[in-house]
Write a protein that binds this ligand. Structure first.
Ligand SMILES: *Cc1c(COP(=O)(O)O)cnc(C)c1O
Length: 397
């Protein structure tokens, strides 16, 4: 019999029924330390009291009105993001893919209203992930996601990251924008070199192209900065945000400068649920927490503690782990054993972590994680690694 839920995921056979902070509880009562956080979504932990209060209060008052009317929650959230980022304006979405879609459309429209409708190509980078819409998979350029879905959406060209020569060669009079994740998430926690990102900015300026950052995974405090670009000395023209900004409520945004957004006039884009009052209530509460004094410092402190501990772990299990990657609480371990097997082993020990490309496992705990919880996670990782440890066996033999 065909499964009643479309079988597009390789799901682990575990179902969680309750969450609290950095912990999840399964149907059978077993407790897990959640260092995946719904793929960098539950930034404030499970059942966060402030998010629950914001959502419940809004749920008791008003769920939905439509974008035919003003939505006060959109105005207050946008005001906060405008105050604390490069952006002048934004469009709210329900997901990351929709935030990317808005970015693609905005970049094309910018050149269209500038008198250059022929400039609609966006250059992206190998290993990228920009969601699963038809344009998103064209932008991501991964064969495994494109296969069988008909002709690739036109206008997406891809080059290897950190290769300026290849990039310059790929730029044509039809190029509208460059789009990049400052730290690749799905691709394997590969941070882009800051000097490369700064070069992208210069190249965009020289060619009249827009620079789009996809900070869906690395934004909203994950790297220890509000947004990763702040630590890089590079400012994009357009930025995609999602995941952490909703803390588990479906929410995304496409942020932009007024110049980049100049083509997005009434009627050019829309969404029934985008910027819905429920999402806005949660988003406002989430941003207030990230911007509260001490929050980002906590991410930096716990992040560097975790980095230090992971370095020790790698030294202890050199036949299992190859290297540490990432920043803040967006860390990855490049594995010498199959990452999927290791994720399964860690789960058996009570720790949830997530695979990524390039045989990496991602450690993306809630940003409210404590040093004690990090220490517990390291112990569980070490226990799981011991099962793969060939070096020890060789020494013993
Ligand atoms: C998750 C992700 C997306 C897609 O977001 P969805 O909410 O799954 O549509 C796009 N870009 C990056 C970098 C992501 O991590």
């Amino acid at each position: 019999m065909f499964p009643s839920v479309l079988p597009t995921y390789n799901r682990a056979d575990v179902a969680f029924v309750r969450g609290e902070g950095a912990y999840l509880f399964a149907e059978d009562g077993k407790r897990y330390l959640d260092f995946g956080a719904g793929v960098a979504v539950n930034a404030f932990g499970h059942a966060n009291p402030k998010l629950i209060a914001a959502l419940s209060e809004q749920a008791n008052r008003l769920w939905h009105t439509s974008n035919l009317y003003r939505v006060p929650g959109q105005e207050s959230l946008a005001k906060k993001l405008v105050e604390h980022t490069f952006a002048d304006t934004m469009f709210f979405t329900n997901s990351g893919a929709e935030a990317c879609e808005c970015a693609f459309k905005m970049a094309r429209r910018y050149h269209y209203v500038s008198g250059h409708p022929e400039r609609f190509h966006i250059i992206t980078f190998t290993g990228a992930f920009h969601g699963r819409t038809l344009a998103g998979i064209a932008a991501g350029g991964q064969e495994k996601y494109l296969e069988g879905f008909g002709p690739k959406v036109q206008g997406f060209d891809q080059v290897a990251p950190n290769d300026l020569k290849a990039l310059e060669a790929a730029i044509t009079p039809a190029t509208a924008a460059l789009m990049i994740e400052p730290i690749q998430g799905e691709g394997g926690l590969q941070p882009m070199a800051p000097e490369f990102l700064r070069a992208l900015r210069r190249i965009c300026d020289a060619h009249g192209m827009l620079l789009i950052f996809d900070e869906i995974q690395c934004g909203v405090g994950r790297t220890g900065k509000f947004f990763a670009y702040e630590g890089l000395g590079v400012t994009p023209d357009i930025m995609c945000v999602a995941k952490g900004i909703g803390g588990g409520f479906p929410l995304g945004a496409c942020l932009a400068t007024a110049e980049a957004a100049k083509g997005m006039t009434p009627g050019t884009h829309g969404s029934t649920y985008g910027g819905n009052p429920l999402g806005m209530a949660v988003g406002n509460a989430a941003i207030d927490m990230v911007l509260a004094p001490g929050f980002l410092e906590h991410v930096q402190t716990v992040g560097s503690y975790m980095r230090q501990q992971l370095a020790g772990l790698i030294a202890e299990h050199p036949s299992v782990f190859e290297e540490l990657r990432g920043q803040g609480l967006m860390l990855g371990l490049k594995m010498r054993v199959p990452n999927t097997d290791f994720v399964t082993a860690a789960r058996k020990h009570g720790l949830l972590i997530i695979g990524a490309g390039d045989n990496v496992v991602r450690l993306l705990p809630p940003l409210i994680v404590t040093e004690d919880q990090v220490r517990d996670a390291i112990k569980l990782l070490s226990d799981a690694a011991a099962e793969f440890d060939t070096a020890k066996k060789t020494v013993a033999a």
